[in-house]
Design a protein around this ligand. Sequence first.
Ligand code: NAD
Length: 368
Amino acid sequence: MRTIPVKTTSANYPVFIGRNLLAQIPRKLGLHKSARNAFILTSTAIWALWGKKFLASFPKDQQPTVLFLPAGERYKRLNQIERLASELATAGADRSSLLIAFGGGIIGDLAGFLAAIYMRGIDYLQVPTTLLAQVDSSVGGKTGVNLASGKNLIGSFHHPRAVFADIDVLQTLPDRELRAGLFESVKAGIIRDTALFRFMEQNSVAILARDPTALERVIVASIRMKANIVAIDERESSLRMILNFGHTLGHAIEAATGYNRLLHGEAIAWGMLAALQIALARSTVAPDQAQRIERTILDYGPLPAFRTTPAKLLDAAGRDKKNRAGTRRFILPKDIGNAIVVEDVTEAELRSAIDWTLTRARRGFTER
Ligand SMILES: NC(=O)c1ccc[n+]([C@@H]2O[C@H](COP(=O)([O-])OP(=O)(O)OC[C@H]3O[C@@H](n4cnc5c(N)ncnc54)[C@H](O)[C@@H]3O)[C@@H](O)[C@H]2O)c1
């Protein structure tokens, strides 16, 4: 088992990465004697796959209470927070209760926000079950829910007490979900970790075959990169912004396609390719580096097709919460392992990147 410490000004906590971690969680937290005060938030699908194994590690006569969130981005909403808070209250949850987020990024984000506001804040754990949640969303304390007008527009910073990334749980993850998570790790390499990028560039076959050693290396490096950034800039006032590489158009694509056509990681991959076009046009990145970036993203593809209009994407990108006072903020790759934040992307540049993207999105993007 590997442990990566996350150290920020408001919280310090460990991220545990390894195999068979589910069985170890209660003992590590002192819940092996009584878990009466523990509440697990999960989905019926994840629970059907892993619930029995997880519950077996808690004391038989004092099991945690299990709450469910329906699957899908459209349930990452405030009305679910209210329903679940009521269920917590009815089940007797108090300020000393522990909420355990057992699922992908949607469950993690929503459970974190629920924990942030239930009785003005209770402890929670992240037990991410998708690769995307392990390498990205479970670390760093960003929690929240969506509004009809945009993703993650309501939320707070609330760090978990610990994160347990059990690699075994990924065995049941559908291939498409695995690839969606790997796009986030490629992103980590592009913006901050040349060695991770090179490893992913050279080992896509082993990684996609879920070779545990290769997968662990990717997960550990991605989490370490995120932990480093969050330690330097917890509240995203400067460096943490680079984690948003691919997000401006990625979130816009998700919104413009109704949150049901692409997986989050796939939308981010399209967003990264679009941002790469802006970087290329500005000569921020050298053509050979851009080519390696594009190839490596596509190695973890395919990127599914989608249709929308330039106007819808422009509108959604304009509502991005990273924009400030009329500027368009973009993260652009500079070299592999290095990204910059720019605030002066023009509408013409954005339109051109959107056109490039929509042309390829009609048929999906697989070619290398
Ligand atoms: N807080 C952050 O910093 C941050 C960062 C990145 C993404 N996010 C958020 O994360 C969300 C996306 O998360 P996601 O990609 O994990 O999607 P998700 O939570 O929808 O999970 C994907 C699917 O995989 C299934 N699943 C989960 N674990 C499984 C397993 N082990 N075996 C089989 N099936 C399994 C789920 O039932 C679900 O259908 C988005 O809402 C995004 O905004 C947050």
